[in-house]
Design a protein around this ligand. Structure first.
Ligand code: 13P
Ligand code: ZN
Ligand code: NA
Length: 273
């Protein structure tokens, strides 16, 4: 299998993108892998720090590795939004294919220093390193939009040596109150200014035509989390409202399948663009 950093570099050259899906437990991991399997597309499996806390580092990494093998899918394991330097290093040691060091809330200089430390740590491992420049807010929090600037992005990528760069171009984590409007020209400018493969965070709630257009402008990896969680939990609550089944192995597959359908829909938009 190709290293993720090489696949993303190819994507940058060819105007293609990979879907990166967060998973939270065995069920959502299965949803994502079943979707990738049925469409025969590669996929990135992401673990956030809180999902790692929930399952434990060893279990979450090993369950993903084992499931990838069992499903026979081409997939990479990635740490999403690593804020804790020691956890990022532990994930690298544990054999992740890719990590994100997120020091985007720090000053430009501090972000460079912290990101460089991880790039250096990762240099012996031949993995993908993603960092963030600008600030991609969480919806529900105070709206703070600091768009990434092309020349700053270039300076940041050159100073850190990262492969992949998460950019703030009008998306936000979680659902949107109003339909978001991605800064498509800005994506194109950042893509031309930097050598890094560009990552779009916060894709839940972004209209599919905008996702397709963002790929044309240079996005190579699109992160999806909230819609997976939401679809799974809605499916689960709906099932439980109409059933008093207590065998969880009968209950979960309904929700697992609904999340699978969602991921298939997203893969058709993103991976077949
Ligand atoms: P959403 O929750 O909006 O899909 O964002 C996902 C994300 O960016 C994970 O890093
Ligand atoms: Zn994100
Ligand atoms: Na979102």
């Amino acid at each position: 299998m190709k290293k993720l950093q090489h696949q993303l570099a190819d994507n940058k050259r060819n105007g293609k993108a990979l879907l990166a899906t967060n998973f939270y437990n065995f069920e959502t991991l299965s949803s994502v892998l079943m979707a990738a399997k049925s469409l025969n597309t590669p996929i990135i499996l992401q673990l956030s720090e809180s999902s790692i806390q929930y399952m434990g580092l060893s279990v979450s990494k090993k369950i993903a590795t084992a499931a990838i093998e069992q499903y026979g899918v081409e997939a990479w394991i990635h740490l999403d939004h690593g804020n804790d330097i020691n956890l990022v290093k532990s994930c690298i040691d544990a054999g992740f294919d890719s990590v994100m060091i997120d020091a985007s809330e720090k000053s430009f200089e501090e972000n460079i220093r912290i990101t460089r430390e991880i790039v250096e740590y990762a240099s012996g491992y031949d993995i993908n390193v993603e960092a963030e420049l600008g600030y991609i807010s969480k919806l529900g929090q105070e709206q703070k939009m600091i768009f990434t600037q092309p020349q700053e992005a270039k300076a940041f990528v050159d100073a850190t040596g990262i492969n992949a760069l998460a950019i703030a171009v009008g998306s936000a984590h979680g659902f949107y109150k109003e339909t978001p409007k991605l800064q498509l020209d800005l994506i194109q400018q950042i893509n031309q200014a930097t050598t890094a493969a560009l990552v779009l965070h916060g894709s839940s709630g972004i209209p599919h035509d905008q996702l397709k257009e963002s790929i044309k402008r240079g996005i190579t990896k699109i992160n999806l989390a909230t819609e997976i969680k939401n679809t799974f939990m809605k499916g689960l609550k709906n099932y439980l409202a109409h059933s008093d089944e207590i065998d969880l192995r009968q209950v979960f597959p309904v929700a697992t399948n609904q999340a699978k359908e969602l991921v298939m829909e997203k893969l058709k938009v993103i991976a077949f663009n």
